[in-house]
Design a protein around this ligand. Structure first.
Ligand code: SAM
Ligand code: SF4
Length: 327
């Protein structure tokens, strides 16, 4: 599998406290300003390390990437690199009403926005804060839609007893809008207590519900990554299912993850093999040495996956939360 896709976490802070990711009670050692990779360091790593190794597709994530100071300038800089074939962002959408237009102007075209519920009170229960949060995220989605962001994807983590009753309503959005609604199986990272209490719903069960109601056929969408994509008859949009719990897709994994403080991680669900790029970069180590280290990591990446995770992480104990890795 060609690994040419880098997910770049811009910041570990977040303005939401999603129960499945960063619940209220989480004490985080937040990455402080000086520890964050600077814009110049991110660009240097892209141009001198990742792009020469064949990387051409980048996603900005977090924490909440739209909290990163200077995010629009960073988008513009990455979008204008001649080797960038694809640039996307995963966001909770809360700051999109204010920033969508500038992001579009800076060259961003692809957005994944998390939307776990269509009910403001359920949404607030999941993400924390007041019921007005839903309206602001919805306004952000609409702003992005009107500006022409495409494909526009909505991410839904399905949690038993929280939002699993809304799967049909969320799927029905694709009848009215050309959006891509993606259902993600809840993973035991971030809030392993909630995972233990609630468990997760297999994608096959969601597909069964949707098929029984409307019918469902396999489909294709640009940049579907690990999602299995389907479409309901007469729908404008598609439905994606990310099923890392029920159908391991490690063998199709095409990505590396760079944390906001410069650690490069070969697998979301396996903590081995990570390398620190920031310290040697700041110590002036030759960029070709860093490139050689990343090339070496790529050689071993196929063996570092969810199935091969060590005993600690197999029990759902991770040193970094999802908000610190970027999903
Ligand atoms: N703050 C942004 C957002 O929420 O879209 C970007 C970062 S968030 C960590 C990236 C993605 O990870 C989101 O779509 C979120 O729903 C998903 N995620 C977080 N915790 C998860 C978990 N335990 N299981 C499955 N997906 C999770
Ligand atoms: Fe924040 Fe995204 Fe995690 Fe929710 S999923 S707490 S929005 S980082």
């Amino acid at each position: 599998m060609k690994v040419d896709y880098l997910r770049i976490s811009l910041i570990d802070r977040c303005n939401f406290r999603c129960q499945y990711c960063l619940p209220q009670e989480t004490e985080l050692d937040q990455i402080l300003g000086p520890e964050l990779l600077t814009e110049a360091e991110i660009l240097q790593l892209l141009q001198e390390v990742f792009i020469p190794l064949g990387f051409s597709r980048f996603r900005l994530t977090g924490g909440e990437p739209l909290l990163r100071p200077g995010v629009v300038d960073l988008v513009r800089a990455i979008a204008s690199l001649p080797q960038t074939q694809d640039l996307a962002m995963t966001t909770n959408g809360f700051r999109l009403p204010a920033l969508a237009e500038d992001l579009y102007g800076a060259g961003l075209r692809r957005l994944n926005i998390s939307l776990d519920s269509l009910r403001p009170e359920v949404f607030a229960q999941i993400v924390g804060g007041g019921a007005n949060r839903w309206a602001q995220v919805w306004a952000g989605i609409m702003a992005a839609y009107r500006l022409g962001f495409a494909p526009l994807k909505l991410n839904v983590v399905v949690i038993p007893g929280l939002n699993d009753q809304e799967v049909l309503d969320l799927a029905a959005l694709t009848l009215d809008y050309p959006w891509h609604v993606r259902f993600i199986e809840f993973m035991p990272i971030g809030n392993s207590t909630l995972f233990g209490e609630r468990g997760w719903v297999p994608s096959a069960e969601l597909r069964r519900q949707i098929r029984d109601r409307w019918g469902l056929e396999p489909a294709q969408v640009l940049g579907n990554g690990p999602a299995d994509v389907f479409q309901m008859p007469n729908a404008q949009g598609t439905l994606g299912f990310i099923s890392q719990m029920s159908e391991c897709f490690c063998q199709r994994c095409n990505r590396l993850r760079l944390s906001a403080d410069g650690w490069l991680r070969p697998c979301l669900l396996n903590e081995t093999g990570q390398i620190d790029l920031k310290t040697p970069l700041r110590q002036g180590q030759a960029l070709q040495d860093l490139r050689a280290q990343v090339a070496e990591l790529l050689v071993h990446k196929a063996q570092i996956n969810f199935e091969q995770r060590d005993a600690g992480t197999a029990g759902g104990v991770y040193t970094r939360t999802m908000s610190q890795i970027g999903g």
